[in-house]
Design a protein around this ligand. Structure first.
Ligand SMILES: *Cc1c(COP(=O)(O)O)cnc(C)c1O
Length: 397
């Protein structure tokens, strides 16, 4: 049985049009299924970062703000991310953490709504905690009421009191994919604004921000975009909202003429308005270099491979792991599945520890969830079969 799945893996790897991308990354024989937490290092990035440090900073020094394109990096890199999330140019700006961008987006959305009779901010109750903490503070600051609820209950809760809904495209714990087009349409139908968190989808599947009329969105760049630990996040403000977007964090970098150094704040036009202070150039330019791996890659083929990988992993787990030892929390329907598989089991912390010792790296979400992230650019079907076999071994021991 194990032999037939290993053969199937070899055939799938041989037919994989993205298989060649793996050599772009610094990887060893470890089966790395944690790219949904920290993407692997693209192999060319160290030399690019070394150039930024030694030549741009070390030799050109202050001249690099202009000559090395440091000053315009946030918008330039935003435009590199834009096609991956279905955004036209000029709407995505890179900088700050996801948490900070959630704050800008939620407060900004409340201000765009501008209707005092709309008292509620809806938030996904199962969200990655930072989004919930920040939404709560944003609600208090803007005098709104925070309404945490299961994403499935959002449509029924929408109404004339809704100002803003902050939702996750994919649930970080279960890997469930939410229906962005229909939820966005329902939010608009109710007269409210939709803010989406794309942390677990950018670089893993098509998002279609412009096509679905999303108002604002945020996401990180160190998961499926491989930008490196703590690489800066991004903010999307749809073009139609940019002129009215009133950032709660207006800094000198979002001023229309930063070097005028005026006491009055006049916001810059376009995506620049989403900036705050001096960009963190070293991590930003590491991210810019990392984005080269997307040249010529279609996000539709990434999605097709992601679904094939997670299907195959579930098939191998089903075949290798005795019934009842693990339960998948990840929906089996493709339309509801992101690019990870979450399995619950007894003694999950010790199971993950033993898997890692066997060279299969996933992660743990306490108390009982094993998370396996599938990054189509560098995870293969052979890796996937080996991960399931190692899991079966650990659970049998
Ligand atoms: C990873 C993740 C974050 C991370 O926030 P940071 O401010 O970048 O640490 C936020 N929200 C979601 C949904 C995430 O998955």
């Amino acid at each position: 049985m194990s032999e037939s799945l290993a053969h199937k893996a070899a055939a799938l790897d041989a037919a994989d049009e993205l298989a060649g991308a793996r050599k772009l990354f610094a990887l060893d024989e470890t089966v790395y299924l944690d790219g949904n937490s920290l993407g692997a290092l693209p192999a060319h990035v160290p030399a690019r970062v070394a150039d930024v440090v030694t030549r741009q900073w070390g030799e050109l020094r202050i001249r690099s703000w202009d000559e090395s394109g440091w000053w315009t990096a946030p918008e330039r890199i935003g435009d590199r991310i834009a096609p991956l999330v279905g955004a036209g140019p000029g709407q995505v700006v890179v900088g700050d953490s996801t948490s900070v961008n959630v704050f800008k987006a939620v407060v900004g959305a409340v201000r765009l709504c501008g209707d005092d009779s709309r008292t509620d901010i809806l938030v996904d109750a199962t969200t990655f905690p930072t989004d919930g903490y920040i939404a709560e503070s944003a609600a208090r600051l803007t005098g709104k009421r925070l309404v945490p609820l299961a994403p499935a209950d959002v449509p029924a809760a929408l109404g004339p009191r809704t100002a803003v809904a902050l939702l996750n495209h994919v649930d970080y714990r279960t890997g469930r994919l939410h229906d962005l087009p229909s939820l966005t349409a329902a939010i608009h139908e109710a007269g409210a604004l939709a803010v989406w968190d794309l942390c677990h989808t950018a670089g893993a599947l098509p998002v279609g921000l412009d096509a679905h009329g999303v108002d604002l969105a945020v996401g990180c760049t160190y998961k499926y975009l491989n930008g490196g630990p703590g690489s800066p996040a991004y903010l999307y403000v749809a073009e139609r909202h940019q002129e009215a977007f009133d950032s709660p964090l207006p800094g000198w970098n979002s001023h229309t003429d930063p070097f005028a150094m005026t006491a009055d704040f006049t916001p810059a036009p376009g995506a620049v308005r989403g900036r705050v202070g001096t960009p963190d150039i070293l991590s930003m330019l590491a991210l810019e270099a990392a984005l080269d791996v997307w040249d010529g890659v279609s996000i539709d083929s990434v999605r097709a491979k992601s679904l094939a990988l997670t299907d195959f992993f579930l098939e191998c787990v089903e075949s290798y792991v005795p019934g009842g030892l693990v339960t998948s929390l990840t929906p089996s329907a493709h339309a509801s599945r992101g690019s990870q598989v979450a399995l619950s089991c007894a003694d999950a912390p010790s199971v993950m520890e033993k898997l890692i010792a066997r060279g299969v790296v996933g992660d743990l979400r306490r108390p009982d969830v094993l998370r396996f992230g599938f990054t189509p650019l560098y995870v293969g079907f052979g890796d996937t079969e080996r991960a399931a076999a190692a899991l079966a071994e650990v659970l049998a021991a």
